[in-house]
Design a protein around this ligand. Structure first.
Ligand SMILES: [Zn+2]
Length: 344
């Protein structure tokens, strides 16, 4: 039975490592109930935790847990300070985890403090620091009857009253303890240890943790299939390689043709020209015929250019080998001008 549980816990911690990134030494947040319970059952803090978690541990005590422990202690009449309880290990074994929940730095409710450490951001719901929660049920009403919180300042309560107060306190502490565990279960990736009748138990993964684990497994499975396909089916890979090539060709086809660029420039020029023309046309719209001469002017320019071209070609033909000389080049426009003048 023991060997079976040991194997189960090892597997469970392995799953926490794979899914949530837990690493040794495991940080264990221990609460006041846990410390009292392991002391009651004569368990040693670190060895018992390491036996349960199958690895090195680093136990931590939050400042608010320490405050809760000290609040339940009777006070030294001489110093008026609470007596350090036997179940509180020295700071060398159990260091304090500093937590500041408010500006005054005053301790808050222990369960609230622990949940805020386990889940600093309620929106992301992540156990960022990879804490493990170690808790236990609160002491019984009989034990609580000896508690200074029950006994009152002078411990002068009569027996029936004491019992009733102890019962009420026990119910409240039980409610808080179960709320703490329920809260810890709602955060994915929080391993929970609790002490039950001298046995330290590592809870199975909570439903939210299990859902994350299954999600991770599923994605790993898919990734595994994809890599397997890519390795085994190289033909498929080739097809995939061929796939993007036509796409690239298609993409290249778009901007490539030179004819595309020129219209773009014309289009860009046109709106400006049109704008100017529109202004001009709007200015001269009453005259009506104003567009006519402009169009004619453009036409004449075009014809002039054409004539220049023809004339230059003709000049080139006429000039023959003398094309390289600057004089002939200078002479060409003159000739074309004269021809244009003649044409006009
Ligand atoms: Zn705190």
């Amino acid at each position: 039975m023991r060997a079976k549980r040991s194997k189960k816990y090892r597997k469970l911690m392995h799953q926490y490592e794979l899914t949530f990134g837990f690493r040794e030494p495991y940080q264990v947040l221990v609460d006041s109930n846990f410390l009292r319970a392991i002391h009651q059952f004569k368990m040693d803090l670190i060895p018992s935790l390491e036996r349960t978690l199958k690895g090195k541990v680093k136990p931590l005590l939050s400042k608010c847990s320490l405050a809760a422990i000290m609040a339940a202690q009777p006070k030294n009449p001489k110093t008026n300070n609470p007596i350090r309880p036997e179940h509180l290990p020295p700071p060398t074994t159990l260091p304090l985890r500093h937590c500041s929940h408010n500006e005054e730095d005053t301790p808050i409710d222990e369960a609230e403090c622990l949940l805020s450490l386990l889940c600093p951001n309620k929106e992301t719901m992540r156990n960022k620091e990879h804490y493990i929660l170690a808790t236990a049920d609160p002491p019984s009403a009989e034990v609580l009857a000896q508690n200074p919180q029950v006994l009152g300042q002078n411990g002068e309560l009569s027996n029936p009253k004491k019992r009733k107060r102890a019962e009420i306190l026990h119910q409240e502490l039980s409610r808080k303890a179960s709320a703490l565990r329920a809260g810890a279960r709602s955060i994915p990736g929080v391993p929970i240890i609790y002490v039950k009748r001298s046995v330290m138990i590592l809870e199975p993964m909570s439903t939210p943790s299990e859902q994350v684990r299954l999600g991770v497994e599923e994605s790993k499975f898919k990734a595994g299939i994809e890599t397997a396909l890519s390795v085994v089916g190289k033909r498929k890979r080739d097809e995939n390689d061929e796939g993007p090539k036509p796409r690239r060709a298609k993409k290249a086809k778009g901007p490539n043709p030179l004819s595309v660029k020129k219209p773009k420039k014309r289009e860009k020029q046109r709106p400006e020209d049109q704008g100017k023309k529109n202004k001009k046309s709007s200015e001269n719209s009453e005259q009506g015929t104003s567009n006519g001469p402009g169009a004619e002017g453009e036409a004449t320019v075009k014809t002039k250019r054409k004539r220049r071209h023809k004339s230059s070609k003709a000049a080139g033909d006429k000039a023959g080998g003398e094309n390289n000389n600057s004089e002939t080049v200078g002479a060409e426009p003159a000739a074309s001008d004269s021809k244009e003048n003649a044409a006009d």
